[in-house]
Design a protein around this ligand. Sequence first.
Ligand code: SAM
Length: 258
Amino acid sequence: MSALPIHTGSRLFQVVADMQGGLPWGHVLDAGTGRGSMNWLLSLPTDSWTAITGAQSMAEQVRRELGERQRPQDRLVVGNWTDTQLLQGEQFDTVLADYLLGAMDGFAPYAQDQLFARLRPLTGQRLYIIGLEPYVPYSADEPAGALVVEIGRLRDACLLLAGERPYREYPMDWVLRHLRQAGFRCLDAQRFGIRYGERFIHGQLDMCTQRLRRLQDRNLALALSEHVETLRRRALALCQAEGGLRHGHDYVICAQAA
Ligand SMILES: C[S@@+](CC[C@H](N)C(=O)[O-])C[C@H]1O[C@@H](n2cnc3c(N)ncnc32)[C@H](O)[C@@H]1O
């Protein structure tokens, strides 16, 4: 899988917790699970959790993370939201879609517009969406932003050349519009500035290096590998000088089953 956005610690999950206020979490659906959201869910007083992933490899990672912490009422399921039978007839008090929308292109391309209608009958009370404002298609004026965009573009180019589908992020406005169309009432929506660190730089550029090993045209692979390392040096230098690369926004949306 491709470009996992960097969670700025547990800050965004804390925002979700603040939006939830005193409401009980009840039966929870993690509609796009991973180690981050699972670890957070495990810290909450839930009646049960059901975690969905489209990838067997992700399920294995989450299972390893879980260890002994899964209760009899909890489920980790590999499935695809395009499957109409998945969780059919079930309902959850709280649904979390943590960086799910942006990852959908790899699992259900061009079905992003149907995600919220798909989640609507499953949502008893609240749906929380954590997402990343698209940045790869936009140019940035600031040096830090320009580097983040350059990294994102190079990463997506390497993924495409290796035959994979990069993530496709959607803006908060798009999400709010589609939530309303799907019958949700939006209660809150907030954006948070991102400061990318060395983990992001190495993570994204290592992903490039791995994908370049698969290229048949070794001259192209070599030229791109050299470009990756030059970009890594430039990005690390600015990151150290400025204490991170500040660019773009994450968002958190709270919606109620209307
Ligand atoms: C970026 S990861 C989510 C990150 C995760 N919440 C975490 O904290 O690490 C996206 C997740 O959504 C899942 N996903 C994406 N599209 C899907 C689809 N159409 N059906 C089911 N799962 C999907 C992926 O398999 C993956 O588990």
